[in-house]
Write a protein that binds this ligand. Structure first.
Ligand code: PSU
Ligand code: MN
Length: 285
């Protein structure tokens, strides 16, 4: 059975309890119902696990102070035998090591908007990982709080093909259309599987990004979300945050500013991406 990896940072840091735990279980259930096998990834007591037990998922969903683990944190949690929730970057690295080539999440990290002219931007390790690790990443694009043109430029430079699933526009997480084009549109899981097989046959390094727009009924139009993003960015600057703290802070602040609506959109797109990933899994097997 084809396995589909799922990340745990979205459980520990991206969603509030108890929605996070419910969602983690639902995503696994959706993947199973569509004939694939879910493997939620995380770190427990320093062990890198692809296929957390229900109990372990509950621990990452409820424990306070679970570390956010990206690539650079892997040696630390292993050496110190810590628990950790894995980002897109760490999750796909652990997944490929376990022989998994498909992964579903909500939003990927990207190039942050640069606030200080002349200072280089904060670039998520997710992008670098996509450039070198052979996993299909199914997501709803990236949040518009990032610099989306720079994010797509980075992916182009590093040879990551960006597919729009049923769309020609790169989705911006809450909104279906960022106004930026994808490299190509695929309308079926079979088409995605064909591109993936071609990539593998050429021995090209790195992953494939499959961007799926949030379901229409749960979309928040960009005109509604943009002022709130501006406010969240201003707040994070005022708070003087750095490095790995930035993304969780922004996610929390936007959730506070938008209330239930953003939570609903977030949950809807995660479920939808689990369905699409399971369909691609079937096309690959
Ligand atoms: N974007 C979201 N939701 C998330 C994340 C990003 O809309 O939960 C999480 C993912 O785990 C992603 C990580 O891999 O944040 C990126 O963090 P950073 O920007 O520090 O690399
Ligand atoms: Mn960062």
């Amino acid at each position: 059975m084809t396995r589909v990896a799922l990340e745990s940072t979205v459980i520990s840091h991206g969603l509030p309890y108890p929605d996070n735990l419910k969602l983690a279980r639902e995503m696994e259930e959706i993947i199973r119902r569509h004939g694939a096998e879910p493997a939620t990834v995380g770190v427990i007591g320093g062990e890198l696990i692809a296929g957390l037990s229900e109990e372990q998922i509950e621990r990452l969903a409820t424990a306070a102070d679970v570390r956010k683990v990206s690539r650079r944190d892997l040696p630390v949690v292993v050496a110190r035998k810590l628990d950790g929730a894995t980002t897109v970057a760490a999750t796909i690295w652990i997944a490929q090591r376990a022989g998994i080539e498909l992964f579903a999440t909500g939003g990927i990290g990207g190039v942050h908007r640069s606030s200080t002219p002349g200072m280089s931007a904060d670039v998520s390790a997710d992008l670098q990982e996509l450039a070198q690790t052979p996993v299909i990443v199914v997501c709803a694009g990236a949040k518009a709080l990032l610099d989306l043109p720079a994010t797509l430029e980075y992916l182009e430079t590093h040879g990551v093909t960006v597919i729009g699933y049923g769309t020609e526009a790169f989705p911006a997480f809450y909104s279906r259309d960022s106004g930026l084009p994808v490299d190509l549109r695929c309308d079926s899981p079979q088409e995605v599987a064909e591109i993936w097989r071609a990539k593998r046959s050429l021995d090209l390094a790195g992953g494939l990004l499959v961007a799926v727009p949030v379901p229409e009924e749960d979309e928040i139009p960009s005109a509604a979300i943009e002022p709130l993003i501006e406010r969240a960015l201003a707040d994070s600057e005022a708070a003087g945050l750095r490095s790995a703290e930035v993304t969780p802070y922004l996610l929390r602040r936007i959730a506070e500013l938008t209330g239930d609506r953003s939570l609903r959109a977030n949950l809807a797109l995660l479920r939808n991406n689990a369905r699409v990933a399971a369909a691609i899994a079937a096309a690959l097997s």
